[in-house]
Structures are given as C-alpha cells and as structure tokens.
Design a protein around this ligand. Structure first.
Ligand SMILES: Nc1ncnc2c1ncn2[C@@H]1O[C@H](COP(=O)(O)OP(=O)(O)OP(=O)(O)O)[C@@H](O)[C@H]1O
Ligand SMILES: [Mg+2]
Length: 289
C-alpha cells in the first residue's frame, strides 16, 4: 500500500494474511476515516439496541489530562445484548470502556445505565452501585495469591467478606476448571485459566454490565474459543450486557449482536455484528480480507 517497510513491520493485529497483504496502521486510519463522513443518527443506534437501551452514551467528549480523545461519541446497547468495538490502534476503543467505568476525564456528554445518569460516578461506585465491572484491567489478578483468594478479593467492596466467599463458591460450582485449582497460586495458571480467573473475579460483584477489553489478547486459539464460550454463556445464560473491545475483529463481530467501528475518537460505522462481518470495507481494513 505504499507504506514504508518500517511502518509495515510495526503493524500489529490486523489480518491473517501474509506480510504482503498487511496494511499499515496509518493506511488503515486514513482509509477507515473515509468510511463515514457524516455522523450516524441516534435513531439508528437506538434501533440496533432494540429501541430499549440499557447503557447509553450520548455526545461524550472524554480523554486523559486535558487531551480529548473521544469527540461527540454516542453508543446504545440493550439489556442482555453484546456490543463489540473495533477500529485501528489508538482509535479510542479502550477509552470508551475507561469512560464508562470512570477512568477518564469527561468534558461533556453523558453515560446512562438503566435510566440513571452515572457519568460522574467513581469506578468504585460504578462497581458497587451501578452494576458495572471492568474486566482485564492490567494486573487485576494477584499472582502470589491463590485462585480462591483472588476471587475473594473481587468482593472487597462487599459489606461482609462472607458474601464474597459465598459468591466464590457459586463461581467454583460453575467453573470446575477453576475449582480444581482453587488453592494454587494464580501465577501457575495457564493463559486461558488466568483469563477465566480475571473474568470470574469481576463476577463476584454480580455486575449487570461487563466491560471487556480484548479478551483474546495473548491467548492460544483453543483458549480464545473457551473465553468466547464463557462470554456467550454470561450473555445468553445469565443475561449480562457486554461491551467489548476486540482486536480480533472476526471473533468479536461473530460474537456480538452489535458492532461499532471507531476511528479517531468518533463512530464511523454501526451495524449488526454479522452485517459488519459481511461489509467489504470492514473486511478489507480489519479482517485481513
Ligand atoms: N492513560 C492514558 N493517558 C494518556 N493518554 C492515553 C492514555 N490511554 C490512552 N491514551 C491515548 O488515547 C488514545 C486512544 O487510546 P486507546 O487506548 O483508547 O486506543 P485503542 O483504540 O484502545 O487502541 P489499541 O487498539 O491500541 O488498544 C491514544 O492516542 C493513546 O495514546
Ligand atoms: Mg485498547
């Protein structure tokens, strides 16, 4: 694509083709920006959420320090639905999750969950009172602690430690793989088991909304499938609402009811996950086809 060799070598994550078919980050950015020149109307976002949004972001401007990363970003997802954000590196995908959870500076706009404005709640209160959990925050698992101790820690905001222990038992009953390793230190877990522990740890607080940042990152294919099965069960079996970022756009869009393409801090495309999977431009830019 005319990108310097240097840039090509730095590319990470897109496509499954050989080096020749890889597009540089700069090219993806430029071409993705051209996908949409006008905003996506609110009624379209509402329709994708079944006209019954449970989590709504409206006109959000947010970032770090004084720097605005998200510009007039909106999102709607219904209760029990899943939404996957894809887009080039640095587009602001993680920043969307950070903003929902309360890790960013918010300059304008709002985040509403179940009709309540939660824009200004701290991460602690998001978890405790708004039923939102952020999964795969860096170093969320304590390597020196056992699996069960890690789960108990997931309930540190609960009134009584006994509540967390009770919830941990429910989780062990559901995931025997974790139960078998409950007295092992977390550091000896395999990559897939560790991811399962990271997810389970968030479940101790019984959240309604799961924010999941790149669940497949660093995992072997068989574990990737396992993680998506777990998320599928949490959505379809337990009615959790899932907002996910996934570098593996194919997996993410296959999984999610709704897909958003984020480019340069704004929404470039929004559709059903399977519709985006079929979209030739999405395929070319993000699916390595
Ligand atoms: N904690 C932070 N402090 C300052 N700037 C940040 C911080 N986190 C992210 N940024 C900046 O915000 C922009 C968006 O980053 P973000 O992590 O949201 O992108 P992303 O779409 O998740 O990218 P990737 O696919 O690489 O994970 C980037 O320019 C990044 O450098
Ligand atoms: Mg990210």
């Amino acid at each position: 694509m005319g990108a310097p060799e240097e840039a090509k070598r730095k590319v990470r994550g897109y496509g499954v083709g050989g080096v020749e078919s890889v597009i540089s980050v700069e090219d993806v950015n430029r071409q993705a920006a051209a996908l949409s020149t006008q905003g996506i109307p609110e009624h379209r976002l509402a329709a994708l959420a079944g006209n019954a949004a449970f989590v709504t972001i409206q006109g959000l401007r947010a970032g770090y320090g004084k720097m605005e990363i998200l510009h007039d970003f909106s999102l709607q997802v219904g209760k029990g639905q899943s939404l996957c954000l894809i887009g080039p590196n640095g587009a602001g995908k993680s920043t969307v999750l950070h903003s929902i959870f309360g890790f960013t500076n918010i300059f304008g706009g709002s985040v509403t969950i179940d009709g309540k404005n939660v824009t200004r709640l701290s991460p602690k209160d998001k978890l405790r009172t708004a039923g939102v959990a952020y999964i795969l925050q860096d170093k969320s698992v304590f390597p020196g602690m056992t699996v069960e101790e890690n789960l108990w820690m997931g309930g540190y905001l609960m009134d009584k430690p006994a509540q967390a222990k009770e919830k941990a038992e429910e989780i062990f009953a559901k995931y025997p793989r974790l139960a078998q390793r409950r007295r092992h230190p977390a550091k000896v877990l395999s990559g897939g088991e560790r991811r399962l522990l990271e997810i389970s740890r968030a479940l101790v607080m019984d959240p309604e909304v799961l924010l999941v940042d790149e669940p497949s990152i660093g995992l072997e294919p068989r574990f990737i499938d396992m993680v998506f099965e777990i998320l599928d069960d949490l959505q379809k079996g337990e009615g959790k609402t899932i907002i996910m970022v996934e570098q593996n756009a194919k997996k993410g869009l296959e999984f999610a009811d709704i897909g958003y393409v984020l480019v340069a801090g704004g929404l470039a495309m929004a559709d059903h996950g399977d519709a985006l999977l079929q979209d030739p431009e999405v395929g070319r830019l993000f699916l390595g086809g």
